[in-house]
Design a protein around this ligand. Structure first.
Ligand SMILES: [Zn+2]
Length: 726
């Protein structure tokens, strides 16, 4: 099976990146999510997505205007002085790009962010109503309101200073032996990572837990242990010798010292240097991003007793007892090098350094909920240095993120009741059905795939579980305690509640109807082991999906996203899972060889894109997503043609149906970045930057006649160089 792995391929599944690592830590003891708050609600999706705001040229926000029936396509945001064949992204978006400034509190901005902003505004109204409702004690509405209100009470938070964190800091100070260190590390474990569904590989805690369908036995859940413990996004930030990264490390060390100073620690500079060195040693044990994305490298089953033997240095018994996993006898160790390496460091690094590290990390992880000095210091490094964002987001926006993080599905329930009518759900489901039919036709017509593999693919397509809008069954928050006026405690309890809920799954039946995204998230995802897709309600709205405009535009925008996610079930990663979710490659060797050869051409195509003279897109890191983009666009095109039964779509302001399709697609990728954010993205994101995702069009034959694209133009590809994998 390993021989069939196209390696290293991106294993990222969300249509957009959710987190890149530390952003602004949103929830204590959960993790630092600055850049891309989990919900990406107010933050705007870090990764490009974005479909077009169909409005006139956009000045810096405040009032986002989205698609309107009057336009459907943002004609004034296009730049028709550019030849489509030279730069399709600029042709579709050039005027908007020229006239738009990235808001000061953002590292990137575009159609997805605008839609996220609108959704956030709606969510904030729902939360505000909940806060004013005086709903019954213990009800979800009351919990939503109290979580939000506690965070908004800045004066109370200011007055408390570091007091709410003192019990944790005292516990850390009391650590006096390796067993207690292991206990502290074990008790920090939270369900805050996801190896390949919502793909979130970052946790600031020493390890992260993911409870998911077992890859060898799809009828049960397993606990997956993932690496963590770093304050910066990735091992590269610690190990890359370039002057740029060295500069960031120096700033990080200053940041650590500043945080320690604020908390009244003695010798902050000395401690900062030792903490950074410990993190550097941890980073050395970390698997690379590419390896962490490789399912075949991650699926390592360890018995509990293997930990003592394979990873000496840590008191594992104390670790598992503190993490409530003492009864679990089998684990999946996603990055063995980190478990082995961290265990060794637990045994051979000074206890005092570990205590300083834990002290710093406790404050850092809680900063979002502490007084202004901590919030500002955190932003100075994570916002400004790491992302180039000049201004901290308004408190109410952060309050929404915090509330959404704690009670996401409870808010989602309110959201869909108001903003996602059954008619839109039905329309989206019809579009999904057309896409599935179109995908089935494409499988039938593939010249390179053997009949036996085609049969397996069709079987998998037949039972693909497509979730549209929201889950069939909502989750139960009755066990979550929310206390008025206790912002930090609420966040800590929410993260512990989530952890315990996930632990409860162990030993129980697998639920294929489970969602990994909230309905109010502008994103979409393929859950490979579950053979299931989630299309949250929030992405099924203008400018991606709009009942007031010609449907061909929806096929270009939302349809290409749906196609993208469907194709993941059948690509090189989808090939690893059979229809039940068992890790069993159902492709033949010949199929894989054909696939790999086409993929190599796509690696070359994307590696040639250079956002900066010294930095090119990593065609290999982004390969899986680029394949899905090509497939998604092709399937959406077929589905749109299919939906018209051979007729042409009516012209729109002089644009033909095909032109409307491709321009809607490219306007969806409308996005601008600040330089540090884009650089960070190129390093860690398995999706190509938005501009190049828009240029996917050059692989479709239909795009050429639609815009009269000719040899010699920059995006022109000879027939043989167009990559058509599906
Ligand atoms: Zn994807």
């Amino acid at each position: 099976m390993a021989s069939l792995a196209l390696n290293p391929v991106s294993r990222e599944h969300p249509w957009l990146l959710l987190h890149t690592g530390p952003g602004v830590p949103i929830v204590v003891a959960m993790k630092a999510r600055f850049l891309i708050p989990l919900l990406a609600l107010t933050a705007g999706l870090i990764t490009s997505c974005a479909r077009a705001p169909q409005t006139a040229t956009m000045a810096p926000p405040p009032a986002p205007r989205l698609a309107s029936a009057a336009t459907g396509i943002d004609l004034s945001g296009m730049d028709t002085s550019v030849l489509p064949g030279d730069d399709f992204f600029a042709f579709a978006n050039g005027t908007w790009i020229k006239n738009t400034e990235i808001p000061a509190d953002r590292s990137a901005y575009g159609a997805g962010a605008i839609l996220s902003e609108l959704t956030a505004k709606r969510v904030s109204e729902l939360i505000g109503e909940a806060a004013r409702s005086q709903a019954a004690e213990g009800s979800e509405t009351r919990k939503i309101g109290d979580t939000y209100t506690a965070f908004m009470d800045e004066a109370a938070i200011e007055a408390k200073g570091l007091t709410p964190l003192e019990p944790s800091l005292r516990q850390i100070a009391a650590i006096s032996n390796p067993g207690e260190l292991a206990q502290a590390l074990g008790s920090s474990l939270r369900a805050d990572v996801d190896a390949f569904n919502a793909t979130d590989l970052y946790t600031p805690n020493i390890f992260g837990l993911w409870v998911a369908q077992d890859l060898n036995n799809p009828n049960r859940y397993s606990p997956f242990l993932l690496q963590g413990g770093l304050g910066m996004p990735d091992r590269d930030y610690y190990l890359d010798p370039s002057p740029r990264m060295a500069g960031i490390r120096a700033r990080y060390q200053e940041h650590i010292a500043a945080v320690l100073k604020l908390s009244g620690s003695a010798d902050p500079e000395g401690k900062a240097s030792r903490i950074l060195e410990l993190e550097r040693l941890i980073a050395q044990t970390h698997a690379t991003r590419d390896d962490s994305g490789d399912i075949l490298k991650g699926n390592n089953h360890w018995k509990r007793e293997d930990f003592e033997k394979q990873a000496p240095g840590m008191n594992w018994q104390a670790f598992f007892l503190a993490s409530r996993l003492e009864k679990q006898d089998e684990f999946v160790v996603w990055q063995p090098s980190a478990v082995i390496g961290v265990a060794a460091l637990a045994g051979n690094q000074p206890l005092s350094t570990w205590k300083d590290y834990l002290h710093f990390r406790a404050i850092e992880n809680a900063s979002t909920f502490l007084s202004k000095a901590y919030v500002d210091e955190q932003f100075a490094f994570y916002g400004k240095v790491l992302s180039g964002t000049p201004k901290l987001r308004d408190r109410w926006k952060r309050a929404i993120d915090v509330t959404d993080e704690a009670l996401g599905e409870a808010i989602g329930k309110l959201y869909v009741a108001r903003y996602f009518p059954p008619t839109e759900k039905a329309r989206a489901e019809a579009m999904v059905r057309n896409q599935i039919v179109a995908f089935g036709h494409r499988i039938d017509q593939l010249a390179w795939m053997t009949p036996e593999t085609k049969a397996r693919a069709k079987a998998k397509l037949a039972i693909l579980k497509v979730g549209v809008g929201y889950p069939d069954k909502w989750r139960d928050y009755s066990g979550l305690e929310v206390i008025k006026g206790d912002a930090l405690g609420n966040a800590q309890r929410a993260s512990l509640f989530e952890y315990k809920e996930r632990l409860k799954k162990l030993g129980g039946p697998v639920d294929r109807g489970e969602w990994v995204m909230n309905p109010q998230l502008v994103n979409a995802v393929n859950l490979p082991a579950m053979n299931a897709l989630n299309f949250p309600a929030a992405i099924l709205q203008p400018p991606y999906f709009d009942s007031d405009r010609p449907e061909v535009m929806d096929y270009g925008a939302a349809g290409s996203i749906i196609g993208h996610e469907i194709s993941h079930s059948f690509d090189d990663q989808g090939a690893l899972f059979d229809e039940t979710g068992r890790l069993e490659n159902w492709w033949t060797k010949e199929d894989f060889a054909h696939f790999a050869a086409s993929a190599e051409r796509l690696v070359k195509q994307y590696s040639a894109y250079r956002p900066f003279p010294d930095l090119s897109v990593n065609g290999r890191l982004t390969l899986g997503e680029n394949i899905a983009d090509v497939a998604g666009l092709a399937v959406a095109y077929d589905a749109y043609r299919l939906s018209l039964g051979g007729k042409e779509a009516p012209p729109f302001h002089g644009l033909t149906g095909d032109q409307q399709f491709f321009v809607s697609f490219a306007q969806g990728w409308r996005q601008k970045f600040r330089e540090p954010a884009l650089r960070q993205r190129v390093v860690v994101d398995s999706h190509a930057p938005a501009e190049y995702r828009a240029d996917t069009v050059r692989n479709l034959d239909a795009w050429y006649p639609a815009f009269d694209v000719k040899p010699g133009q920059k995006l022109y590809l000879a027939q043989a160089d167009r990559v058509q994998i599906w």
